[in-house]
Design a protein around this ligand. Sequence first.
Ligand SMILES: [Mg+2]
Length: 709
Amino acid sequence: MSIGDDENPGQQWAGPQGGSAIAQAEQAAAAAEHAVRVAEERLRAAVDALPQGIVFLDPDGRYILWNEEYARIYHKTADLFRPGIRLADTLRMGVLRGDYPEAFGREEEWLAERLALLAQPGLRHEQWLSDGRCIMIEERKTADGCTIGLRVDITEMKQREESFRLLFESNPVPLLVYDPETDLLVAANEAAAAHFGYPLRQLEGMPAEALFAPDEWPDAQVLLACSRSEKDRFWRQRAADGSKLESVLFTRQSILDGRLATIVSVFDVTERRKAEARIAYMARHDELTGLANRAHCRERLHQMLEDQVQKPGRNLSLLLIDLDHFKPINDTFGHLVGDALLAEVARRMATLVPQSGLLCRIGGDEFAVIMEGRGTDTIELVASAIAKGMREPFRISGCNIHIGATVGLAIAPADSRDPETLLRYADLALYAAKAERRGTWKRFHRDMDAAAQEKGRLEADFRKAIRNGELAVHYQPLISLETGEIEGREALVRWHHPIRGTIMPDEFIALAEEIGLIDVVGQFVLQSACREAARWPDDIKLAVNVSPVQFRSSNLLGIVLQALSSSGLDPRRLELEITEAVLLEKGPNVSNVLKSIRALGVGISMDDFGTGYSSLSYLLSYPFTKIKIDKSFVQRLTTEPDSRAVVQAIIGLGQSLGLTVTAEGIEREDVLDYLRTAGCQQGQGYLIGTPCAADDMVPPMQRRRALKA
Ligand SMILES: [Mg+2]
């Protein structure tokens, strides 16, 4: 633009040398003047080319030189710029023209401040203009007292700063700015203040250490001094009220206000971690009792056995505990009572197990205890205490509930060092204890394993037997003791094993019940027998045994209906034989099923009467049509007066209740005679007829003749 006093001509003078000298001097002067002008033009071009605004002021603060950018920045007063004009005056005009919003309402004050800065240059400062731009001003004095002023348009930077400030302050993520040199927090946002529970003003300027758990600080200090993002590292932090927080921290180093600082983003994972911890706890514990669950029990057992290698001479014992008679409680009183009982059982058991032992609930009514480093005697005492302790009644919802517990015990390293084997051994011991007498405990013994392996083989064979049709139904006659005529036949299942030969039901029915195949067997027998009986004369009935397990697990009524309809057998010709064990299956189900079956016309026989509880109330509360006197009484009839009394009583009972009475196990003539004389209506036994396959049965007419003869 303008430079110096460029209208000022070079001095006109004449030297003493006269003409040519003058001419020479004039030439030189002209050349010099030209050179100056060229230099000036170059300077102006150079100054104009600068991206910053530049102004030169003389010692009085008057304009000497300015560039295009300077005039562009101050375009509201650029028309006034002239060499020799005072900056103070253009500033005042600028204020009047409203170019300096910061001066509104305090014009004189603002001018004084601005001129003070001009008088004492060196201090960078910012100046806002009315068009929204922000100018950074830097002024310096030259040696001769002039001022060189630099103007940089920092509007964009200020906008970025503002955006950053907004982003920082209103960010929902808690953010902190940390000074690695002083370990202080130099800034924080509202979210951080809320997260840590401090007023924002208190947070800013606070030592960063105060936000961390004391033992975390050394690591945290390292983290805060660098840029890092570890999303899997959970930092334990502290809130203002001392509560514990867990956070994932991301750090980013940056230069803020000319200083190295770390921006810290805080991601609160407290709730997530609590939820994770809850889930982890739930995955390892039983909700109802709060005890360790099956997975946890297994894991601990594995771990402890592994550790045991390092601790020779120490025992590790595993107790498996099964509650006795728990299922009927659930069925009779409902699950709420069942659950309350289990919780109470867990509480009582905990008092019987040493503090160092781990008590677990590994199934519905199955518990386990893992104990370490105790003498065999102590371990056995605990097993016995649990079995005994569970016998005492439990008071639940105002009722006294009696259950019990059977315990199986295996000890490492004596029995096995392998966790799975130890579990199996404890289970075998439990099984053996249950088979012998519930409510007791047993320690594993080698023989149990052999028996279990034998059972395993039998089980595999039995599954095969069903597929291969190795099961067959045999029939044993029941005769009228009065007429000697066959009145019915009892269907009895046989297993024709390809190697072992014929196996009797008492050897495999319990197994079938245990491995869940009793329904298949039961259905097979019922269907085959009904089909067979449909071919017999109409006056011959069919008796089929039903296992208690069939009442528990299957749709017995459906199976009976199907067998009847597919065979066409008259329901009145079918009798189901049940034992008292069926009636111990408490709950409305048994009674309903029995009533429904009876309603079809099917007879219901009480099998093996006299051996179980023989509760007379059973005879009255269920729809029985027949009592079968157990063979143990029948066989001792002629030798034992007591047995005679029992048989006599049952016959009398049957007569007065209107039930048919059948004597089982008749093997001798004198027994047969006695029963006939005593008024027993029906008989069954080897003397009368052995069970045989349908094909081998003596035709009824022949048989009748044989007996009558
Ligand atoms: Mg029977």
